[in-house]
Design a protein. Sequence first.
Length: 339
Amino acid sequence: MSNPVLVELRRGGLIESRHRGAVAIVDADGATVLAVGDVAKPVFPRSAVKPLQALPLVESGAADCYALGDEELALACASHSGEPAHVEVVTGMLSKAGLDASALACGTHWPSSQTAAFALARAGTGPSALHNNCSGKHAGFLCVTCAMGVAHAGYWRPEHAVQRCVRAVLEDLTGVGLSDDCRAVDGCSVPTWAIPLANLAHAFAKFGSGHGLERERARAAAQLRTACARKPWYVAGTGRFCTEIMGLLAPRVLVKTGAEGVFGCSLPELGLGIAIKCDDGTGRAAEAITAALIARFVPVDDAERTRLASFAGPTLRNWNGIEVGSLQVSEAIAGASPR
């Protein structure tokens, strides 16, 4: 099945680029609200499932054991920009568990924040694993291992106790048995599991509403949602899409980006979950689709709708500030009748 075009880039009256993909919107009972493209095809959700991967941090008692607050729980769900406050909070999480940055197995890259990266360069220092966008998630995993009383060495491997817990959580929320043949290695070295897009949307519906989850898991999901709603800057960073959208609409909306054009979204008040995959892996297209779907399904006021429109159909400008084009989402996304 060939996925349809969901986003077009127009320049000077012509279509310059097209982005194909698939979208699933599912309610907490598993009923399909909207399906565009091949929503049965398994995709790697990548970082979009970080809020789900953080559930063991609360369920294990580690969050209480180490008195983790909203900033720390939000960072456990984050793909952060490596700004100084992100690094400071991750360092604090590790310290509470009696660890330091040497325990992190996520690898090292420069901050995605240019300001933070330039500051490091000016200081003559390079980045550390603390600057990795996944360091908050990894700090959360390490807190779980310490609270469980198991060795933290190899915590990123699929056979480790903490990754077995994460796998069980994903199986519970998605309703999919995750066999080893659908496992790959994520950018930060932990397992990533290929999951059908419709099941991923169902997982976000359950995570957002608590419906269909055992009481303690529903409580843990609510605690993580609250942390992200209160501290959206820690989920991404300055000027980032996830931070901007949740700063505008939380707690009505939880959004989480993943690599290669994936997005996951919970609409808690509506009991809906959204999962998006752009075939070409383009983040700009996935952001436009996410904003358009939120505007379509979530009750918003005029100011909120205007702000969402700036993400769903952004004007493109060149380096001189001259308008050169725009993105436009398809009718299937912006307004066709849900099936």
